[in-house]
Write a protein that binds this ligand. Structure first.
Ligand code: TZP
Ligand code: MG
Length: 214
């Protein structure tokens, strides 16, 4: 099988509360059409049965578009749905255990909130890390923002791919890119948009513009 490549730039995560009345799969399809090049299924208040059904649906979608699919938290669901990997937080199963279960062919991403956690995940063999929340966000309430200072530190010290996440919108993404992020992740700004494809396209353009002269 081999690990899918992780040269992503725009990472879109599901967030069903942000698009009442619209189907999750259609919203994510629009995000992909606009340029999201990796997708994560994240649903904190959903039964495992429902999560699995969603994972199957997104697997079918992401195969059609040849986009990697990751599952937040649930290694069993990732395996059952033949996802490309998982995204784990600091309190989920440890990286070494996840790697032992998933093997080398699957992607493991780790959320980090400071440079020590970043370097630990890198040394432990993470494929990429999340850096955030850069700004306060209702999607992850109660978690202190790390600000663009941590993005700058990550850009200087982290050698595996890192993706900035948390409260990032089209209004503040330039500051995040300016701080050295080359990959951007969003939940609410994309899936909560009236036009997810247009919003994803606008994010992608900003990312490309910075990477061209960065
Ligand atoms: N991890 C760090 S911040 C965050 C996660 C899952 C939430 C990002 O959501 P939003 O809506 O893009 O702020
Ligand atoms: Mg988690």
């Amino acid at each position: 099988m081999g690990k899918p490549n992780i040269t992503f730039r725009l990472y879109a995560i599901t967030g069903e509360n942000y698009h009442p009345g619209r189907s999750m799969v259609s919203v994510m399809e629009q995000a992909i059409r606009g340029g999201a090049d990796i997708i994560q299924l994240r649903a904190k208040d959903t039964s495992k049965r429902e999560l699995l059904a969603q994972a199957y649906a997104l697997r079918e979608l992401t195969r059609r578009y040849d986009v990697p699919l990751l599952i937040n938290d649930h290694i069993d669901v990732a395996l059952a749905a033949e996802a490309d990997g998982v995204h784990l937080g600091q309190e989920d199963l440890p990286l070494a255990e996840a790697r032992r279960i998933l093997g080398e062919d699957r992607i493991i991403g780790i959320s980090t909130h400071n440079i020590a956690q970043a370097l630990e995940a890198q040394a432990g063999g993470a494929d990429y890390i999340g850096v955030g929340p850069v700004y306060p966000t209702g999607t992850k309430p109660g978690r202190q923002a790390v600000t663009t200072d941590y993005v700058r530190e990550a850009a200087a010290q982290v050698r595996i791919p890192f993706v900035a996440i948390g409260g990032i919108t089209l209004d503040n993404v330039d500051a995040v890119l300016e701080a050295g992020a080359t990959r951007i992740c969003a939940v609410s700004a994309i899936v909560g948009s009236d036009q997810p494809a247009e919003t994803a396209r606008a994010f992608k353009q900003r990312i490309r513009a910075y990477n061209a002269h960065g």
